[in-house]
Design a protein around this ligand. Structure first.
Ligand SMILES: NC(=O)c1ccc[n+]([C@@H]2O[C@H](COP(=O)([O-])OP(=O)(O)OC[C@H]3O[C@@H](n4cnc5c(N)ncnc54)[C@H](OP(=O)(O)O)[C@@H]3O)[C@@H](O)[C@H]2O)c1
Length: 432
């Protein structure tokens, strides 16, 4: 923690100073603090002449001793404040925090003083310099809300590992509190083309799935062992039998070739499954997205079970959420029909109407689904040992594929190898 010194006449308070947290000491008249501003070293002196709220000595004593007492009191206040700011609450991490639902999750947190004042927000985006929706959401942040906007590109395993390492080090050192909520919200969909990451995987699969697998395993050591929650955002597209898949007017999974979202895993991960060459229509990208979401839901189901069996982690809940169809930027890599007509015309109107008539119906707003995400993390009882998957606020049964133990094990083993997980990377006892 880097102390930040400044002269004021009220009580002490904490203030954010990126990229670390700082303490702003509001000092009484006559107190000298040097150097002014951010500093690793700080010295506080008092001339012993002050009265007033911030530096008032409530004990009776001589003016000569009040300087020393003030110095001691300020020192103690710093220690206590450091402990309170670091331990009085939890850390909430939201990935994709400038997206439609991600920025709405941040807005929900800002609206709730019980969360804004107790949670240290780490809001991850690809480019912190251009995260307009997140900046807007943070405009309503109370001054007491500790937060930072962190760069995290989920299409790079190296960056995911570096991010997790930084968080783990800061939780271990006490610079930030343990993670109370890890909200794996970021998502990617491309209806037009296949893009490969520098790690050699298909982008949809790596961003939506592999990055979350890696992040969850690496960050487990920093998750609050009593109340921590991991929330993974799924989608109805993960289930070939879900009738909502036909709401676009076509059934993406009806043809025999595409009626399973669990193909050869290497073909899926390496971009050789449902390619534009296989099917030049938008459906090829939709299926790759659906298959990546099946992996995500399998991860939620499998991790929840493994964590529940772990002697040290069994109170951590790993939950899933289907947010319905929402107007957002997710469809930006699609046709004119999807991007403009569906995402920007139909869904905003239909979603807004639908959440009043049928709150957990197929069409929703990002605001409603973000509220459901916050509710899942902070408001409902922890379903320890039970892999709870929610459709909005309703408990929901996941696809048969995600209930299939053999498929879950197969994906887990493939992902360990794809993500380069080695002994010591995760605290999960049953990690293999
Ligand atoms: N919208 C829907 O109808 C719908 C339906 C079911 C499920 N979902 C799921 O809901 C979640 C939120 O999506 P949304 O609708 O809010 O979409 P969105 O507005 O497109 O937000 C997605 C976020 O993910 C981020 N992201 C994409 N690629 C990334 C990468 N490589 N590294 C880091 N972040 C990356 C995006 O960042 P950039 O802005 O930098 O690209 C964006 O902030 C996703 O998991 C999505 O799959 C959405």
């Amino acid at each position: 923690m880097r102390p930040h010194c400044c002269k004021r006449e009220t009580k002490t308070r904490a203030q954010h100073a990126p990229p670390r947290w700082s303490v702003v000491m509001d000092l009484a008249e006559g107190t000298k603090c040097s150097p002014d501003g951010l500093s690793e070293e700080m010295s506080i002196e008092h001339d012993g002449t002050v009265t007033g709220q911030g530096g008032q000595d409530t004990n009776e004593g001589t003016p000569q001793s009040s300087g020393a007492r003030c110095k001691r009191a300020v020192g103690m206040a710093l220690v206590v404040l450091g402990m309170v700011t670091a331990w009085g609450s939890g850390t909430t991490i939201v990935t994709g925090a400038t997206g439609g639902m991600g920025s709405a999750i941040v807005s929900h947190i800002m609206r709730r003083s019980d969360l804004a004042e107790t949670q240290t927000g780490i809001y991850t985006v690809r480019k912190p310099s251009s995260a307009p929706a997140l900046r807007k959401a943070l405009q309503s942040a109370p001054s007491s809300h500790k937060h930072e906007v962190a760069a995290l590109d989920l299409s790079s395993m190296e960056r995911v590992r570096a991010f997790a390492k930084d968080i783990n080090e800061r939780v271990t050192s006490g610079a930030i509190p343990p993670i109370r909520a890890l909200i794996l919200n970021a998502g990617y969909q491309d209806h037009k083309e296949i893009n490969m990451t520098s790690d050699g995987y298909e982008t949809t699969w790596q961003v939506n799935y592999l990055a979350n697998f890696l992040l969850a395993l690496l960050l487990l050591q920093s998750i609050d062992k009593k109340e921590g929650r991991i929330l993974i955002v799924g989608s109805w597209t993960h289930d070939v039998d879900d009738a909502r898949n036909k709401s676009g007017g076509q059934d993406p999974y009806s043809a025999p070739l595409w009626n399973s979202l669990f193909p050869d895993l290497d073909d899926l991960a390496r971009g050789r499954w449902s390619t534009p060459q296989d099917d030049p229509s938008w459906l090829s990208g939709f299926r790759r997205y659906g298959a990546s979401k099946l992996c995500v839901v399998i991860l939620q189901q499998e991790l929840a079970r493994r964590v529940a069996r772990d002697p040290d982690l069994s109170h951590i809940a790993v939950m899933g959420l289907d947010p319905g169809a929402m107007s957002s930027d997710l469809l930006r890599r699609g046709s004119f029909f999807f991007t403009w007509f569906l995402a920007w015309f139909v869904l905003p109107v239909a979603g807004a109407l639908s959440v009043h008539l049928n709150p957990n119906g197929p069409m929703r707003t990002t605001w409603k689904s973000a509220g459901d995400a916050v509710r899942a993390c902070f408001d409902i009882d922890s379903p320890a040992g039970q892999p709870l998957y929610l459709n909005g606020t309703d408990e929901f049964e996941v696809a048969k594929d995600a209930q299939d133990e053999t498929k879950r094990r197969k994906l887990w083993e493939y992902s360990l190898q794809a993500g380069g997980i080695r002994e010591g990377d995760t605290v999960l006892e049953d990690w293999k």
